[in-house]
Design a binder for this molecule. Sequence first.
Ligand SMILES: [Mg+2]
Ligand SMILES: [Zn+2]
Length: 184
Amino acid sequence: MIGLKIFFYRLLLRISSFLGKKRKAVFLDRDGTINYDSGYVGSIADFKLFPETIPALKKLSENGFLLIIVTNQSGVGRGYFKMADVRKIHRHLEKILAKEKIYLAKIYVCPHRPDENCRCRKPRPYFFEKAVSEFNLIRKKCYSIGDKKRDIEAGKKAGIKGILLGRDFKNLVDAVEFIVNESE
Ligand SMILES: [Mg+2]
Ligand SMILES: [Zn+2]
């Protein structure tokens, strides 16, 4: 049932994007931004959302922002866990969120190690650019939120404003409060 809701959300999103609907989005880093970063989170057991994540994402979604996760998961490239483990965590995450009527537009994962010099690892803006064209995003109306400078740099290179947690705001709730007020 939950899986079906996620499927239809994505389908409608694809259709409306295809028809040219323009949107705004918030790009979220994963570890240390929506969930505790215990270092190379590779299993559902290690994946714990911050208490403020659900209310914060709900508020963004109610204010018309698509939610997009862009995450560097070099633990895959380092052999600590597999891409299948990452997908398992993400299915788990999407189910938790869908129960709260929160849907993610997409989760982009870079599985590479830094020394592989791939095109998709943040601070490279590859996934941000990809999302902008996939979902007809209006860059000026988008934000990226992360707990590391490279999260913000990646967005900036794609013309997207960034909020660094721990510097600009203490947590996701405060960041979201700012975004919603600014975008009114
Ligand atoms: Mg992080
Ligand atoms: Zn990559």
